[in-house]
Ligand binder design. Structure first.
Ligand code: ADP
Ligand code: ZN
Length: 737
């Protein structure tokens, strides 16, 4: 029996009762139908708790018709409607759009909005203490006096808050209450953050900055538009988009600033506070749950004006968003690879398009994609050609490691060591960059050649000498460094091959025993907090030589840093990634851009075994136009993004044979169609990760081809994967391993 029921208010056999579609956080493509219990009122967007199988989940009432094939008698009822405001029409369209684009389940995209269930209910009230002016305490003490002073104006305080400001113990407040001098009232918990002041005066902008800022402020409140701020490191891009944020706030709209790395938020917070007199809200995985809850509510009710955050903040339920800034827009961290694989930079543009507000991408090394969007007129380019401080860009030199390299077993070329000595002598800082954590990327036995590799992954174990461990960088497996070879059982035969940052640190310390040396990577005990503290010390000049991974590549200004040495400029160029050249250029330009940022006279030294490569040449010349031009041309010729479209299908499972057969079976049912090529299955470069074997298919098509439609149609014919095999579709993949 099938009933055709309308959205809201159809009939069921039990009499009139509304049935609504509810999107739940599971990997299915449609919403499920639920009954609305009597007395409950919901509309599209309402956030609700519903039964699902034998659990309860949080979902949202969605749009569109309900499934008419289900037996109304079997329908379950919504359990609870939260007080949070319903998800807006725009945000629902955004969820549908992202799901449609990524081929993800809309419910899984919705889940990124509904991260904290606590935030869906109003903030619980807390007990406040207030003065009753007609009662006097039996005797007065200094402590009591102090407390009463703060209560003169009749306002209520929490016990802890009051004791805190008065500098007395909580028992003093308690005592006054017992005597009836104070009464309790229920009051809202912590007041929201103070508002940033858009009219506080900022820096005087230079001409380029002013022109760019004028273009941005004119666009606020005037519909969708995408901008690309292309400005060399230190050109003052931040100051420019601060003006856009100020204008959004003046128009009572909210603003969101995306940054690629959590470590970058702290410096941003300080700068923002200097400019606007108050901090923006911060949103990323390390923000404590309680504060995230408050931010979520504040964003939804409009109390929070500006948010800075990681890519996930793109899914916050803003009341009236008027601007998104994507800082360091070229950064690979904007792409999420697991669960719903989305690119926050591109989806930010989509969100602006749907909700009709401008989106600003900023970078010193814009992505090829964004540059092509400028050429085709989709994005407007705003150029900042010089450093705001007037400082010259650093001089870049290369060292040919074939002829000018160090002796065997050392990693720093004589020329680099010489420059480090000079910097040290002048009281300046040096940075050595190597994007490799740990001590050595490979450990082997000198006697029998045994190599240590991870049992769950196709990867060598990396020696971490500080921790005394061999560690897998893919799954986190670790074991103590053994004293003898597990294969031939000879003692003391293990040798470390190649350098990681720890090993470079060792070499530096022996070359410059008097220097203050810091190895900065995510392995520092104490996590991100520790990294932030150490960065601050570097900023204050407490360190002479920093050896760092990509953690130090971004953001932070180090005023005393004049020398940057790239230990291995070729690393990352030979990994089969179509964006390898572009990525290497971006990373090395960012890192060398740390040299002489404020006072000029910076020097960057690139150690390379092939300094004739275009990437190195582009860095040496300081003029990347030619490099980008060649890069764009070769992508166009090869039909690679953004001129063609790519999708990766990653098939993984614990049984190698079954996983491969499933991948082959997908090829077997491939619809024949002009304009699309499917390559594979090929064993992934990382063939085994966390005990799962991985095979890849690569779909290539022209720009205008409906890639998603093709894949959706293809996979709808596929048998359901069995035996724990998983199929992940990655539209516009950024990683190819
Ligand atoms: P970017 O984001 O382009 O790397 P920043 O906005 O961080 O550059 O600016 C680099 C440095 O120059 C910062 O210390 C900033 O305070 C300073 N700065 C930016 N604009 C100006 C200006 N108009 N006048 C003086 N200093 C400026
Ligand atoms: Zn592993």
């Amino acid at each position: 029996m099938t009933h055709q029921r309308d959205f809201f208010g159809g009939t069921t056999d039990d009499g009139p009762q509304a049935v609504v579609p509810v999107l739940v956080p599971v990997a299915v493509n449609t919403a499920y139908s639920y009954k609305v219990p009597e007395g409950m009122s919901v509309r599209p967007g309402s956030i609700v708790r519903v039964p699902l199988g034998n659990r309860e989940v949080v979902g949202a009432v969605w749009d569109g018709p309900i499934d008419s094939n289900v037996n109304p008698k079997k329908l379950k009822s919504i359990l609870h409607a939260y007080e949070a405001k319903p998800i807006s029409d725009d945000l629902r369209r955004f969820v549908d759009w992202v799901a449609n684009w990524t081929l993800g389940a809309p419910g899984m995209v919705l889940r990124m909005i509904l991260r904290s269930e606590e935030a869906l209910e109003p903030e619980p009230m807390v007990t406040g203490y207030r003065r009753l002016f007609d009662v006097e305490p039996d005797r007065m003490t200094t402590a009591r006096e102090k407390v009463l002073e703060y209560l003169e104006d009749g306002m209520a305080w929490t016990k802890a808050g009051l004791a805190g400001v008065a500098g007395v113990s909580a028992s003093v407040v308690e005592g006054l209450y017992k005597q009836g001098v104070l009464e309790t009232v229920m009051m809202p918990a912590t007041p929201p953050l103070p508002d940033p002041d858009p009219n506080k005066k900022g820096r005087t902008l230079n001409e380029h900055q002013q022109n760019a800022a004028d273009r941005l402020t004119a666009a606020i409140g005037n519909g969708f538009k995408a901008f690309l701020i292309d400005g060399v490191t230190g050109s003052g891009k931040t100051e420019v988009y601060f003006e856009a944020i100020a204008e959004a706030m003046r128009q009572n709209k909210q603003a969101l600033v995306l940054v690629p790395e959590i470590a970058l938020t702290s410096q941003f917070l300080t700068r923002f506070e200097e400019r606007f007199g108050a901090r923006p809200a911060e949103w990323h995985s390390q923000v404590p749950a309680k504060r995230r809850e408050r931010t979520w509510r504040g964003v939804a009710n409009g109390e929070v004006k500006v948010v800075v955050g990681a890519r996930s903040s793109l899914f916050l339920p803003f009341k009236d968003l008027g601007l998104i800034v994507v800082d360091e827009e070229h950064d690979g961290a904007y792409k999420q690879d697991d669960r719903v694989p989305y690119n926050a930079r591109d989806m930010a543009v989509v969100r602006g398009h749907i909700s009709k507000f401008p989106v600003v991408l900023a970078s010193a090394t814009p992505s090829v994609e964004s540059q092509v969007n400028v050429h085709s007129g989709r994005y407007e380019m705003l150029r900042l050609p010089a450093r705001a401080s007037g400082a010259e860009m650093p001089t870049i030199k290369s060292v040919d490691m074939r002829t000018e390299g160090p002796e065997r077993g050392s990693w720093l070329a004589p020329q680099l060591v010489q420059e480090m000595a000079t910097a040290l002598g002048n009281g300046n800082q040096s940075l050595l960059f190597l994007n490799r954590r740990g001590y050595a990327p490979l450990t082997l036995c000198r006697t029998c050649g045994h190599r240590f590799h991870c049992e769950n992954c196709s990867a060598w174990l990396v020696e971490h000498r500080f921790k005394g461990k061999l560690v897998c960088h893919h799954c986190g497996y670790s074991q103590p460094v053994p004293h003898k070879c597990p294969e031939c059982e000879k003692p003391d035969t293990l040798v470390a091959c190649g350098p990681g940052v720890e090993r470079i640190g060792e070499e530096v310390s022996s070359l410059f025993p008097e220097a203050r040396v810091l190895v900065l990577s995510s392995d520092l005990p104490g996590g991100m907090e520790r990294v932030k503290r150490e960065m601050k010390l570097v900023e204050e000049g407490e360190v002479d030589i920093v050896i760092g991974t990509q953690l130090v590549a971004k953001g932070h200004n180090f005023p005393l840093m004049t020398l940057v040495g790239i230990i291995d400029a070729d690393l990352g160029l030979s990994n089969g990634d179509p964006r390898a050249g572009e990525r290497t250029f971006q990373l090395l330009a960012q890192v060398t851009g740390r040299a002489g940022r404020i006072h000029g006279k910076g020097l960057g030294i690139l150690q390379s075994y092939a300094p004739e490569q275009p990437v190195i040449q582009a860095l040496l010349s300081g003029n990347p136009d030619e490099f980008y031009h060649a890069e764009i041309e070769s992508r166009q010729r090869a039909g690679l993004p953004p001129f063609g479209r790519l999708a990766a299908l990653i098939i993984s499972g614990t049984d190698r044979g079954e996983t491969e057969s499933y991948a082959k079976c997908l090829i077997g049912i491939l619809p024949l169609l002009d304009g699309v090529t499917v390559l594979g299955p090929a064993e992934a470069a990382l063939a085994l990760v966390r005990g799962r074997y991985r095979f890849r298919l690569l779909v290539m098509a022209g720009r205008a081809f409906d890639l998603q439609g093709f894949i959706r149609n293809w996979l709808s014919q596929a048998p359901n994967p069995k035996g724990g095999i998983r199929l992940q579709v990655d539209i516009d993949p950024q990683n190819f391993f």
